[in-house]
Design a protein around this ligand. Sequence first.
Ligand code: HEM
Length: 496
Amino acid sequence: TFLSGNHQRTRKQQQDDHHRLPPSPPALPVLGHLHLVGSVPHVSLRSLAKNHGHDIMLLRLGAMPVIVVSSPRAAEAVLRTHDHVFASRPHSVVAEVVLYGPSDIGFAPYGEYWRQARKLVTTHLLSVKRIQAFHLAREEEVRRVMGQISEAAAAGAAVNVGELLGSFTNDLACRAVMGESFRSEGRNKLFRQLVVDTSPLLGGFNVEEFFPFLARFGVISKVVRTKSERLRRRWDELLDRLIQDHEDEASASAAASDSDDFIHVLLSVRQEYGLTREHMKAILLDVFFGAIDTEASVLEYAMVELMRRPDAMKKLQAEVRATVPKEQELVSEADLSSMAYLRAVIKESLRLHPVAPLLAPHLSMSSCDDVVDGVVVPAGVRVLVNVWAIGRDPRFWDDDAEAFVPERFLDGGGAADVSFRGTDFQYLPFGAGRRMCPGMNFGLATVELMLANLMHRFDWELPAGKTGRDIDMSEVFGLVVHRKKKLLVVPKLQAS
Ligand code: HEM
């Protein structure tokens, strides 16, 4: 069994441990529980947990043991009490090739490199100071999108929300990474294409490695390695040129300033952190893969829920329109602070649609003797926290847990005090503990500003003959979950 990997433990201890493993549903030979986990794993894992392990259960997916956590108390045990045991990540071939080792933050195993890289990113790239310094860039990019929506409104055309928001968050990430020149020579488009080409591999085969129940062909084949290497060469070519350009510029001018892009910042701390060129490229890739799909997904799901709840949309529009002075064309960041309903809508949307419903997989680095109720988890086991199931569990939310009710997060609502900052374990859209998302504030700044602007001057309608009930909510699972069907909506410029 996989417990035999625990060499330090005596035979007697190992037998004891066996009895104290988390509960498990009945398994098949060879397949284990593979046949029980469908293509939308967070949903099937919730049903399994209901019957076999409310807090924590053990599955065997083919040969691989996986722990699934489905309650706030077990999530707290894994992400806070025993965080030091569960803070690593499983190995992935695609990440090893595409992310240089991996030398990024999201996929790196727990250890000194990860600690330093994460410190660098939180103090220098995603700090409050830098988020503020980036506000003009965010506003300018939002302005562009509003221009595109105005054109669609004038033509009476529908807008593909996912595509519009995806290219917006892509452009913003490019701008953060490489500065204002990101549109020259169509660079933003090259990056968009590269992100789109890499995602299925990182979010597909890579997911198959993490979640082997999705692997249709068993072993990750040579083909995947070859494909990964080809992608890495394309990334190399683009990023090397950009870094080189920045190096040339940096040697011609003074030290980094607040408004500098991420490449300049990384160059300025390169010696302090002992960064190689590959480390820098991997860290930049984390920005692309951490920011683009996540922000676009939060925004798209917020729009979907608002289209399904027109009264909530009206309430949000009223808040935004009452706050922003009449003559002002765009909502600026300064206007956002008093928009309580806006924040409640985003929180509620993240509760029902956490972009990573099982977080990113965690890995136990040693055996943990008493996770909850004396349950043992051995070393080297993947741990999935089903934050999607926990966020919809009526035991921790009200009976309307499955409904979109932003009011619950307002003063006087049932969840008014519940925060997503990793301290309330019934609500973990950004995770918690050492591996919690370091880009939370960076991402939220974008999401808030964009959603407020989408609500400001436009009314939104579904294409003729459709109602909110017709919106297909099917999902496709990946590192970031996304909608199966695109959402088309028709903007109407509000008469002023
Ligand atoms: C609203 C948008 C975002 C959401 C909902 C989100 C959510 C998450 C989640 C759930 C995790 C996994 C936590 C875990 O494994 O326990 C994560 C990790 C991560 N996120 Fe985000 N994220 C967002 C935006 C961003 C942005 C903008 C960046 C960077 C620019 C970013 C960078 C990262 C990185 C580097 C990690 C890995 C952390 C580690 O392994 O130490 N994220 N994020």
